[in-house]
Design a protein around this ligand. Sequence first.
Ligand code: PFF
Length: 445
Amino acid sequence: MKQREGFSSGLAVFLVTLSSAVGLGNIWLFPYLTGSNGGAAFILIYLLCIAIVGLPVMLCEFFMGRRTKKNVMGAVTTLSDKKAFKSIGYLGMISTAMIAFFYAVVSGWVYSYVFKSIKGIFKDVTTEGVKEIFTSHTTAIFPPAMWVFVVLVVVSVILISGVKKGIEKVTKVLMPILLILLVICTIKSLTLPGAKEGIEFLFKPDFSKVNMAVIVSALGLSFFKLSLGMGTMATYASYYTKDSNLYGNAAKVIISDTLVSLLAGLAIFPAVFSFGLDPSSGPSLLFETIPLIFSKIPGGSVLIVAFFLTAAFASTMAIISMMEVLVAYFTEEKNMDRTKAVIMITSITFIVSAITSMTVSGGVLNQYPLFDLFDKITSSIFLPLGGLLIAIFIGWFINKKDFLDEMSNGGTLNNTLAAGISYAIIKFVTPILLIIVFLSSIGVI
Ligand code: PFF
């Protein structure tokens, strides 16, 4: 049998896992959901979701991956002979594919905005101008599909290069650059006149906006943000080193990812308020408000390239982690050659994403809202359902001793208490909470 690849060090384990979590979710979803759902009140609920659901599910996925050293389907079938649990594998792969179908479209828009920024299109642009640029790009047929193609070619090249020589190597270069670029944008935004209002907006809790729908969207965001409920983290954990500290890594990834989200919020809202723009302008925040802001800031024509490059790097690494779930499955379970598997998966993704790009509002196929459908179904149903199945699987069908053994690296780490508490949460708290929220999201309660 061919020797299985793996990451080379603890730092690689941390950075690669973080590179899956950090993505358009931080730069786009987090700021705009926070903005329209009560600022700090939403952040608080989001953090609670992470503590009660996100961290436990992440630990479960880490356990599945590193214990078995297999793709998500291989992991469930190795850990249990109950056929029903294969649903975790199938649901996971369907979810990653569906997310990739719309995510690649947005990533394509981001790539095109990097290009547009370099060309200087946003210099002295007006409010109507940014709207016009965005609408004419997203409703066109050819350019969005072409940019999806570019994104997927980049993704394919990195994936074909392999786990260590492709994913790990690129992550080690891109993640630090991404963080530096984001920090520069944040500092610039925070030093604008009137920035204080934006900070207040982000951190002043407004609990009057909180209702069940807000809780459901915070939960959905925590899954999407941390790439949970679909085997992405299990797949990456299958490449971890034997001595990686699973618990410590989960904590580091979650804290860093949340910090990146907050940094993105601090890069966006102070500037939004400084120029008297609408903070809850939704998805257009990234593609209309941001270019408008940069067009008014000294040095903005350089910063805007930095900003969209950050988003491009982040979205590329996130798509790589989605695709790797499928690549690992086809190479290990179906004995496919890695290059062939990558080309097959990215080609299918390209075709469906290109069609999806025409279904956005104003697009030629907008009577079939595939874009919104993929987004809604995965975030509010598939990911929480996947998380629920994973928690039930680990909590009720896996020996507690095995779980504690894996968390403590065979007893060499002293974390029995923390891991024991996590196990109890996985067994009782996470499933109950997920069932309640899930039933509510489909309107049963
Ligand atoms: N975590 C990514 C983000 O926040 O943008 C999105 C994501 C990555 C979802 C990987 C699913 C996945 F498998």
